[in-house]
Design a protein around this ligand. Structure first.
Ligand code: 3EB
Length: 327
């Protein structure tokens, strides 16, 4: 009887494993089941493998690790238009990097990037987008509705069209300081839907009031991946309700961010706490804050892999943001 029960239990999908690894890109790409490899900052370059992405955010950690996504089984990859992609075991990685100088500012560039990505994903079996990262230059430049982040939000929503009518994926949007004004957008999708998770302490981003821009940000706070074993957590900062908390107070913002992260875990029905299997990323606005962020997280999240990178958070008063995975 027990054996019969085993047969009717649906096979649970295994989420990609995400790890920080101190290897060179060529070595990482040769490992079995590698879906994507990310380098951080200008110091690391590699060839034209569509699974490789050099991210425009400088790391504070030396030597800087790579981020590696691995799935079970064979991986295939290619390029379509400006989209680079790979897939394996029902999972899809897709990325686009666009030079703003060729596409006319953050709004139009975001619209083009999202239109291309959505067109590509829509035609795939793996069209359930779980998680998206957005990196754009000088995110806080400009005032009022002209701030580059708000312009980006408008273009993103336009480019998405009705593709996410059922709900938005989890996301991160961070400003880089690279000289080249390029927008990088990359995503993880699957052939099965995940479950969106919101944070009861925070107004859902797509319901933010008008003061944050003409077009509210289009993301969910987190996504429980198909298979139910992993929570993909969006960029999380010291936002309570819809307001930023603890202006100019780094440690208080870090405390509040951890409360938000724990609240998300509870909201998703995950056990409390993070561990060695749950890599996080900390985006730090001021390089001088990096040692304090490092010490704080080492103390409060002992053993948790955290990559700290130089990034501007989309509200000027926010000094730090954390995203990552809870396995
Ligand atoms: C916030 O809570 C902080 O525009 O995709 C976090 C994660 C933030 C994603 C996005 C923005 C985005 O509103 C900012």
């Amino acid at each position: 009887m027990v054996q019969g029960c085993e047969n009717v239990r649906p096979a649970l999908r295994r989420a990609p494993r995400v790890s920080y690894r101190w290897v060179d890109p060529g070595m990482a790409l040769q490992e079995p089941g590698v879906l994507a490899v990310f380098g951080f900052g200008t110091g690391v370059a590699h060839g034209a493998d569509p699974r490789w992405l050099s991210v425009d955010l400088e790391s504070f950690d030396a030597p800087t690790p790579l981020e590696v996504w691995q799935v079970d089984g064979p991986v295939t990859h290619g390029r379509v238009g400006e989209v680079q992609w790979s897939c394996g075991d029902g999972w899809l990685f897709a990325a686009i990097t666009l030079d703003e100088a060729l596409h006319g500012g953050p709004r139009d560039t975001a619209a083009i990037a999202y239109a291309q990505l959505c067109d590509f994903v829509a035609a795939r079996r793996e069209h359930h987008v779980q998680r998206i990262w957005n990196y754009l230059g000088d995110i806080n430049q400009g005032d009022g509705d002209g701030e580059r982040y708000k312009q980006f939000c408008e273009g993103r929503a336009e480019g998405m069209g009705s593709f996410f009518a059922d709900g938005f994926p989890a996301a991160t949007a961070i400003g880089h300081r690279a000289a080249a004004m390029r927008l990088q957008v990359y995503l993880l999708a699957c052939d099965e839907p995940g479950e969106r998770v919101e944070n009861p302490r925070q107004v859902s981003a797509w319901q933010y009031p008008r003061q944050y821009g003409r077009t509210a940000p289009t993301f969910a706070r987190a996504m429980t991946l198909p298979g139910q074993d992993v929570l993909a957590i969006s960029g999380t900062a010291a936002v309570v309700g819809h307001a930023s908390a603890h202006e100019d107070d780094l440690l208080a913002q870090l405390d509040e961010t951890l409360v938000n992260l724990e609240t998300l875990l509870a909201s998703a029905g995950m056990p409390a706490g993070f561990d060695t299997q749950s890599p996080l990323k900390a985006y730090v606005r001021h390089p001088t804050d990096a040692p304090l962020v490092h010490d704080f997280l080492q103390h409060r999240l002992p053993g948790v892999p955290v990559l700290a990178v130089h990034g501007d958070i989309c509200r000027r008063e926010l000094l730090v943001e954390i995203d990552g995975w809870r396995y």
